[in-house]
Design a protein around this ligand. Structure first.
Ligand code: ATP
Length: 234
């Protein structure tokens, strides 16, 4: 589904992605982990076309996406921190995005319902709590039934019930054959939802393995310990 080949990206002198190679298939939840600043968000933004790589390629179903736009409608994105016009009401933000995506065949309002967002439709974005803003971001990411979802620390700031709702949604959409990339630092969450873990270290792929494979490789039952063991290996 997505293939990343020799991807390079620098910000000034800082080399963030250094010849990154990795591929992801459909019907999988892949947890993207790695130390702060390892390049996880940058990789996601390169896939989304929000950051232009300096070299290498990103292919969707074998076709390069670089310099193209239309493919983006197949990807839902939930940013780490959603930024919205402060004065717009939730209703207006949702209507605006629906208007931009008039072409979408299917509109999925499940999260709007589960998060009871309609009861807050007239609140302004600038007046929302961080968690409520996250709920709006989650609802928008899933809204147009994209084949691919890129979720950047999606449960950070969500209360436990809202986080459970999101995790169930992730698993439901995975069963429908979607590819879901999730950046997370929470081991219990990774173990609950992910099939595979991709670890970025210093802009390169440290490993990309199934959860069972990681535990077997490290000879550790606890995922957190297994990952720490592999990350410490040279
Ligand atoms: N627009 C930018 N301009 C300059 N440097 C940037 C920019 N965006 C990211 N960086 C730098 O690139 C590096 C990688 O950032 P990135 O956000 O991809 O890391 P990350 O793995 O997602 O980190 P975290 O776990 O903290 O979210 C960091 O050192 C960051 O400061």
């Amino acid at each position: 589904m997505i293939t990343i080949e020799n991807l390079r990206k620098s910000y000034g002198k800082l080399q963030v992605l250094k010849d990154l190679n990795v591929s992801f298939g459909p019907g999988k939840v892949v947890s993207v982990i790695g130390p702060n600043g390892a390049g996880k968000t940058t990789m996601g933004k390169c896939i989304l076309g929000m950051v232009l790589p300096d070299g290498g390629d990103i292919k969707l179903d074998g076709q390069s996406v670089l310099g193209k736009h239309a493919y983006r409608s197949q990807i839902g994105y939930m940013p780490q921190i959603g930024r919205y016009p402060e004065n717009m009401k939730i209703r207006q933000v949702i209507e605006m995005i629906r208007d931009i995506r008039k072409d979408a065949k299917e509109v999925d309002e499940e999260l709007i319902g589960l998060y009871n967002l309609k009861s807050m439709y007239d609140k302004r974005m600038g007046a929302l709590s961080g968690g409520t803003k996250q709920k709006v971001s989650a609802a928008l990411a899933f809204m147009f039934n994209p084949r691919i979802l890129i979720l950047d620390e999606p449960t950070a700031g969500l209360d436990p019930i809202a986080a459970e709702i999101l995790k169930s949604k992730i698993l439901k959409e995975k069963k429908r054959g979607k590819l879901i990339l999730i950046t997370s630092h929470i081991m219990s969450e990774i173990e609950e939802v992910a099939d595979e873990v991709m670890c970025l270290m210093d802009g390169q792929l440290k490993f990309h393995e199934t959860i069972a494979g990681i535990k077997a490789q490290a000879n550790e039952e606890r995922l957190g310990r297994a990952i720490a063991k592999i990350m410490e290996e040279d």
